[in-house]
Design a protein around this ligand. Sequence first.
Ligand SMILES: C[S@@+](CC[C@H](N)C(=O)[O-])C[C@H]1O[C@@H](n2cnc3c(N)ncnc32)[C@H](O)[C@@H]1O
Length: 606
Amino acid sequence: MKPVFKNIPVHKIDSSPFQKRKYFDADKLKDLAASIKNDGLIEPIIVRPKNDRYELIAGERRLKATINFTPFKTIQAKIIQVDDLQARRISATENLQRENFSAIESIEAIVEIIDAHLIEDNEYESMGETPETRLNVLFGKLHSIQNSLDRQSKVSEKSQLLLHKFVQQLEKIFKKLPKRLEWKSFYVHDFPLVREICEDIRKISLENQLNKSQINAISEVKKTSKEAYQHIVNHTHSSDTPKIENNNQGEKSASIFPLRDMSAREIKQAAEKIIKNEIKAKQNRKQNLLDLNLTAKKIIMLRLGIPFHRIAKRLNISQKTVVESSEIIQSVQHDLKNNISVPESAKKNGLPEPLVWHIALENMTDQERFKALNWGLLTWDHWYWNDLDYRFGDDWPGRIPAQLVAHTLFYFTREGQLVFDPMAGGGVVPDVCLAFHRRCWSFDLSDRKDKRPEIEVYQWETKGLKWPVNNKEKPDLIFIDPPYFKKKASDYADNSISNLSKDRYLAFFKSFLKLAFHHAKPTTRLAFLNADWRNFQGVSALDEDERSSILITHYAQIMSDAGWKITQYIDCPMSNQRFHPGVVSRMQKKRTLGVVRRTLIIARKR
Ligand SMILES: C[S@@+](CC[C@H](N)C(=O)[O-])C[C@H]1O[C@@H](n2cnc3c(N)ncnc32)[C@H](O)[C@@H]1O
C-alpha cells in the first residue's frame, strides 16, 4: 500500500514500543522546536495506524519537541501499513540516522538493526533472550570459526555453514549502515561497550554524551576505585562549573570539569589524583587520633545514650556536670552550612570525625546517610568491600569495615535504638552508631579513657561471666565481633579470649551467648561476626586436619543451644587484596585453600 501523508493530531499518536532511547536532552529538544516553529517540519514523522489511533515508528524527537515546546496540535506524518517486524526495522534504522547520537546510543541502535533483521531466523532466535545475548552468542561463534579458518585449523561442516549463512547477512546489514563499519571490528571494539556496561555508567554516558574512550576511561575508574568514580561523577554533572576541591589536609585535589569536556586521559589523571589524596588523607587520619577534651567526651557519650551515672563515673566528674555544650554543636552546624567539609570542621573544632558526621547526618533517612557517606547500599546477603573506611574506627587489629556495621544497623535496627557491643576494639560500632543516630553501649578490656571514653572498660571472664551493666533497658541489637580463634592473638591483651585453647574458646561462647540471651528482650537481635578457623597454612586442602578446625557452623550450633533462633547468614568476605602475590603463588603450588570467608550470623530471641 502506498504511504499517505497527513496532518494528524499529536494526542492521537502513541509512542513506539521499539524505541529504546529514553534520554532526550531538553535543551536540544527546545532548539529543534524553535527550528520547527521557524521553518516547519522538514521531514514528516512516520506512523502506522493502530486501533483508531497511530503508533509512532520514527521521529520521537520531532514529536516530543512539537508536543512540549510548540503550540502546534497536529504534526505532518507519513502513514504506512507495516507489520511489527518491519516497524521495528524502520524504527532502528531511523534511529541511527539521527544526528548527535552518543556512542552508546549508536552501538545500541546497530545492535537493534542487526537483531531486527536476523530475528526471523530460528537458529538465531534460539541463541538468547535479548538482542544483546543473541548477538553475543552469534558474534562469539562466528569470530572463533573465522579465527580457526585463519589459522588453517580444522572446522566442522556445520560451523562452516553457520559462518557462511550469517556472515553474508551481516555484511549486507553493515553495508547499509550510514557509517562504514565491519562486523568484526564492531564485535571487538564497540559491542563490549554495551554488553559490559552497567546501568549507572550507561546513564552517565547518555547524559554527558560521552564518546567511546571517555566511557572506557570512566568504567576503568569505577573498577579501580569506587571513591574516585563517585567523586568524578558527583562533581561533574553537566551543569557544574569547573571546581577545585580542597581536601581535609587543605591541599588542592583534582580539578574536575564537566565530564563531557574531559578527555579520557584527563578522567584517568583526575582519578589518580583523587586516589593519591585519599591515601594521604587516610594515612593522616590514622596518625591523628585525638586526645579528646572533656566537652567532646561528654557530647559523644550523651549522644550515644550512655546513662548519666556511667558517664560521670567514666569521666570522673559529678553527675550534675554531665551536660552538653551547645556552643560546639552550633559551631559545627555553622561550618557545615558554610560548605566546610566534615573532616575540616572536625579538625577545626577538635572533634572526632564520626561526631561531626553525627551532626551532619541529623534529620536524614538512613538511605540519605549512605549516600552522603558515599557508600552504596547493598541489597543482597553478600557484603564485600575491598578496603576499610578509615573515617570510622581506629587503627586497631581486627578492625572491620564501617559499611558492614552500617548495613547491619540499616537492616536490623531503627533510629534511636540501642546497640550493645561487648568487644568494641577500635570503636567502629560506636562510631557508625553515632553517624546513623543509634545509641550504643560498648565495652572492651583495653582502657583508652582519653581517646575512647565511650568504650567502657570491661573484661568478660571465662568463668562466672557477668553482664557489665544492670540497667533495666535491654539492647535492640547485640553486635559481637570477637577476636577470631588464634587470629591476632599476639595483638590483643593477654587476657583476651584469643589466647584461649580451642575448648575454652568455645566454652566462652557457650556462656556468653546464654548470658546475652538472658539479657535480651523478646525483639532483640544478635549479630555475631566470625570466620571459619582452619589450620590450612602450609598444607594442601586434602591434608588439612579437620579435628583442629572451628567452622562457622560450630558457632551456629552453640548459638542455637543457647536459645537463639538464627534468621540470616550474611557473607562478609575479608578483602583478599592484602595477600602478596608470592604467598598466593606458593599456596597455589601446594594446593592450599585459604580462608577469606567471614560470616555475620543474625539471630533473634523469639
Ligand atoms: C576483633 S576485635 C574488635 C574490633 C572492632 N569491632 C573494630 O572494628 O575495631 C575484638 C576485641 O575484643 C576484645 N576482647 C578480647 N577478649 C576480651 C575479653 N575477655 N573481654 C573484653 N574484651 C575482649 C579485644 O581487646 C579486641 O579489641
